[in-house]
Structure formats: C-alpha cells, structure tokens
Design a protein. Structure first.
Ligand code: CP
Length: 306
C-alpha cells in the first residue's frame, strides 16, 4: 500500500498504517547502511532540493546522505549563500528552484506553515524538516524507529517528553506519532513551558522529574532552546538543571533502567549531564544513524508515489 499523502508536513492525522509503512521500510534501508557500498538505485533520475532557512547539522546532513544513498540528484540551498540576502522572497525563491525541474523539496523554516505554503505554490513533493515551533515529523519518526529497535514495540510503552514542550516541534510530532502508535505519552517540564491545551491531546502532565523517571519506559529529553529565548521561562539555567536535568545520580536514585533519547544538539550539563549523554541508558547516536534510514524510507515512499 502506498502512503496516503504525497507530502509529509507533520504527523498530526497521519494514519497508523502510514507510520508503520515508513518504519518497516526504514528497517530495509537500515540494512543497506551496513553494506560496504551503501547505495541503491531507487531514486535514480529524481532531483531533490534541500531548502534550509534555519541552521541544522543532523537533519540536513541526514537528508543529504539519504538522497545520495538512494542515487537521487541532490542540491543544497543555504539561505546565507543565496539571493535571499538580496531580498528575494520565499515564494520567488521556490518558484525559481522549481523552474529548474525539481521533484522533491525538503524544507526547514523558522515559520510554522512554510512547508504547507510550498505545497500550494509548487508541484514537487514537500517534506517538512522542521517548521518553527510546529512539527518535525522525520525526527519523531526516527525517534519511534529507535524506540521500537531498542524495546521491540511502541504500543503500550510509557514515553515521557521532558523540557520545553511549548516551543518544541519535536515534542508535538512525537506526541502525534506516539499516540497514533498506541504509546502512553506524558510530558514533564517547568509549568511555564507546558502548553495549556496539552491534556486535550491525551497527554498526561508530570510535574516532578523523579516521578517521570519512575513511571516511564522512555524519556525523550528536549534541548533547551536558548536561541528561542527559553531563558525567559525559568529563573536560571542552573535552576532548570537542578529541577529537570537528567543526571547519573538521579537515574541511580530512582533505580530505573530507562531508555533516554535526545534529538540533539545537547546542552551538556543542562538537560543531560555528560555522564548520561554518553552513558548506557542513552541511544542518542543510534537515533542519528537511524535518521538516515528513516529519511531514505520517507524519500522513497513519496518519490515513487508520483
Ligand atoms: N534534531 C535536529 O533537528 O537537529 P538539527 O537541528 O541539527 O538538524
């Protein structure tokens, strides 16, 4: 069965069958990444542009590698080196790029809704690589893939998302995806960083981090987004680390063999101590590896729909 949409704008409303198909297809591509020659001809002849209006390390490189592994022609657009600096609009930029005959667009933008806008003005398949504080669907897909790889299931697991929920596209995509796949989802963080509507999404709020560790199988720990004025929502970084930071002492005290994810980049000593960031509970670099396979799956499934 093909995917039910020709774009991936978010995980809100995406059917369970689609998520299952992406995760299962990613398993096939994960095996390709272990081969000496990590390349398949699947998207030969397709042209994909990576349109990044915001900085990125993992997502941009991961998409670029995924495109190369699928034998697509891949073009990178960095806003700082483009005619955007001369005042060219988002719409004109996209229409000019599309005039060069691109099949798919991977877009990261600080404005929520930018990927949706692209679907209205161009014919290419659009993949959201993070839009403002809205969604980051491929991050949530790779998180779910990594949880499933580690714990052999998603349904019935208790997963807590920790940190700045209000300003996190990773949190929202994880909530939609995990709920669809049957996980029991909670959030934990300073009250100032938990949106009032969160319980309407079927998500429990846990106020105490020790309780979150005790009650859950998985913690997905978010980065405190210092560039998005996160500091205004709690008194100091030191206080945040004291009340919500995951440390080895805290894990030991709770005696819990919990799985820890983090989307990166990590603020070491803030949301995770260095010991935890490099420790036995975390699967952070596995998430990064799996990200390439998951993005290959998304590109393949959308790219062969046309
Ligand atoms: N997880 C994530 O989106 O990281 P980047 O900002 O480096 O792409």
């Amino acid at each position: 069965m093909p995917l039910s949409s020709r774009h991936l704008l978010g995980l809100q409303g995406v059917p369970k069958e689609d998520i299952q198909l992406i995760l299962d297809t990613a398993t096939t591509f994960r095996e390709v990444l272990e081969r000496p020659i990590k390349r398949v001809p699947t998207l030969q002849g397709k042209t994909i542009v990576n349109l990044f209006y915001e900085n990125s390390t993992r997502t941009r490189i991961s998409f670029e590698l995924a495109e190369k592994r699928l034998s697509a022609d891949s073009v990178n657009f960095a806003v700082s080196a483009s005619s955007v600096s001369k005042g060219e609009s988002f719409k004109d930029t996209m229409r000019n790029i599309e005039a060069m005959k691109v099949d798919m667009v991977v877009v990261r933008h600080s404005a929520a809704g930018a990927p949706l806008f692209l679907t209205k003005i161009c014919d290419a398949n659009v993949i959201n690589a993070g839009d403002g504080i809205h969604e980051h669907p491929t991050q949530a897909l790779l998180d779910m893939y990594s949880i499933r790889e580690k714990l052999r299931k998603i349904e019935g697991l208790k997963v807590c998302i920790v940190g700045d929920i209000s300003h996190s596209r990773v949190a929202l995509s994880n909530i939609y995806g995990l709920k669809t796949m049957g996980a029991d989802v909670s959030v934990c963080g300073p009250l100032t960083m938990i949106p009032r509507y969160i319980e309407e999404l079927g998500v429990k709020v846990i106020h105490n981090i020790d309780e979150a560790i005790q009650e859950n199988d998985v913690l997905n720990v978010l980065r405190i987004q210092l560039e998005r004025k996160a500091r205004e929502y709690f008194p100091s970084i030191r206080e945040y680390a004291k009340y919500f930071g995951i440390t080895e002492e805290r894990l030991e005290k709770n005696g819990k063999d919990i799985v820890i994810l983090h989307p990166g980049p990590i603020n070491r000593g803030v949301e995770l101590s260095s010991g935890v960031a490099d420790g036995l509970n975390q699967i952070i670099l596995k998430q990064v590896t799996n990200g390439v396979a998951v993005r290959m799956a998304v590109l393949y499934l959308l790219g062969t729909l046309n």
